[in-house]
Design a protein around this ligand. Structure first.
Ligand SMILES: NC(=O)c1ccc[n+]([C@@H]2O[C@H](COP(=O)([O-])OP(=O)(O)OC[C@H]3O[C@@H](n4cnc5c(N)ncnc54)[C@H](OP(=O)(O)O)[C@@H]3O)[C@@H](O)[C@H]2O)c1
Length: 360
């Protein structure tokens, strides 16, 4: 298999650092460019990070001396070194939109972790196991951008990657009508560690700006259909969400209540989860978990610390499925927010696009 050269835009951030670890020794992709803001540009990566390395694993030696470039000012140099880029930056929405479009129009595909383009109608927002067919919209996007190769593809918000994977296959079988979800989200979701956010120790914060809207609206694009050159969001299921920040380093948990059109038995639900296989599993993509949805029968599982790293942080852990007095069922879901929910989800999307020839 050919090796593809990859750039990370936002390489010094929390998600960028995850990308660095995940791409180390990747069988298809090799890091050849790192970019961040003007504050980091012009320095070797190790120096630009300047004590901000937040991963438990050490920084791979192979990136220590790569010179960080300016994501905006050095765009021509960056695109000349890569076949595509991952983008995870902390900038204003309109600036991110302009930045991602600039890379795409320089014929450099962009796999984005940012929210800026999630609702651009011809930009696919993909959880590779659930809606891989949405990447077909890229040919329409290329027409709009006037590109042959360049395009933008995005992954969804991190919180919904815990509960949407559990609901999506159930909807196909039994019709999901209403969903109430409360999320308990880790501090790395805000790009933070406890050292940099000591106020979160022994604390719960009931507000995460914009998160509830994303948690209710983004699933409907994932459930959407391609029609007349755009992705038309679905109008159901109905979602309502409350999102809380909790004192956990990594791992977003969700407590889910669900009402069905045709109420299944508990065994039917468990069978759907156990047997669910998506395109990444069929294609045996390097970062595809073997068992995407893992159910725990024990009452006190899944626990964040014990389960977030399942299958390299790419599997979804589910537990506590039981009947509810107001909804049909309730259960608990967990996913690793910077792996499946961010860099890992972006990487799996890139592997899917690569396997389907979108980087050639
Ligand atoms: N953390 C998560 O779990 C998570 C999950 C899903 C999605 N996301 C999304 O991923 C993106 C990055 O999140 P993060 O948590 O990694 O943020 P972060 O830790 O704050 O990192 C931000 C990155 O953006 C760069 N940056 C800031 N201003 C810039 C500019 N003007 N030009 C170029 N680069 C600039 C920073 O470079 P410097 O170091 O040079 O300042 C840094 O590399 C955000 O859009 C976030 O919403 C995060």
């Amino acid at each position: 298999m050919k090796t593809y050269n990859v750039g990370i835009v936002g390489a010094t951030g929390m998600v960028g650092q995850r990308f660095i670890l995940l791409l180390h020794n990747h069988p298809w992709f090799k890091i050849t460019a790192l970019a961040a803001s003007g504050r980091s540009a012009g320095k070797p990566y190790k120096e630009a990070i300047d004590g901000r390395w937040a991963m438990k694993e050490p920084m791979p030696e192979s990136v220590e001396n790569i010179m960080v470039e300016d994501a905006q000012a050095d765009i021509d140099s960056i695109v000349s070194k890569v076949d595509f880029v991952f983008c995870a930056v902390n900038m204003k929405k309109d600036e991110i939109k302009a930045l991602e479009q600039a890379y795409a129009q320089k014929e450099c595909p962009v796999i984005s972790n940012n929210s800026a383009n999630r609702f651009t109608p011809d930009v696919p927002m993909v959880i590779p196991e659930l809606n891989p067919d949405h990447i077909e919209i890229i040919k329409e996007q290329r027409k709009r951008l006037g590109t042959k190769r360049g395009f933008i593809a995005v992954k969804s918000n991190c919180s919904l990657q815990s509960y949407v994977p559990a609901l999506f296959p159930l909807d196909k079988e039994f019709g999901v009508k209403d969903v109430l979800v409360c999320t308990y989200q880790a501090i790395s979701g805000a790009g933070k560690t406890f050292e940099r956010w000591p106020e979160m120790i022994d604390n719960v914060n009931p507000y995460i700006g914009g998160e509830e809207e994303k948690s209710e609206k983004e699933p409907l694009k994932i459930w959407g259909k391609i029609e007349n050159g755009v992705i038309v969001p679905a109008t159901k299921p109905n979602f309502t969400a409350q999102c809380l920040r909790v004192p956990v380093s990594d791992g977003h948990m969700a407590a889910v209540f669900v009402r069905f059109e045709n109420k299944p038995t508990k065994d039917q639900i468990l069978k759907v989860w156990e047997n669910f296989v998506g395109e990444p599993q069929k294609l045996a993509l390097p970062h595809a978990p073997k068992q995407f949805i893992k159910y725990y029968a024990q009452d006190d599982m899944p626990q964040t610390k014990l389960c977030r790293d399942n299958e390299g942080g790419m599997a979804i852990s589910v537990g506590r499925l039981r009947e509810d007095s107001q909804y049909d069922y309730k259960f608990v879901c967990l996913s690793h927010n910077t792996l499946r929910g961010a860099a890992g989800g972006g990487l799996l999307l890139a592997e899917l696009l690569c396997a389907k020839g979108y980087f050639d």
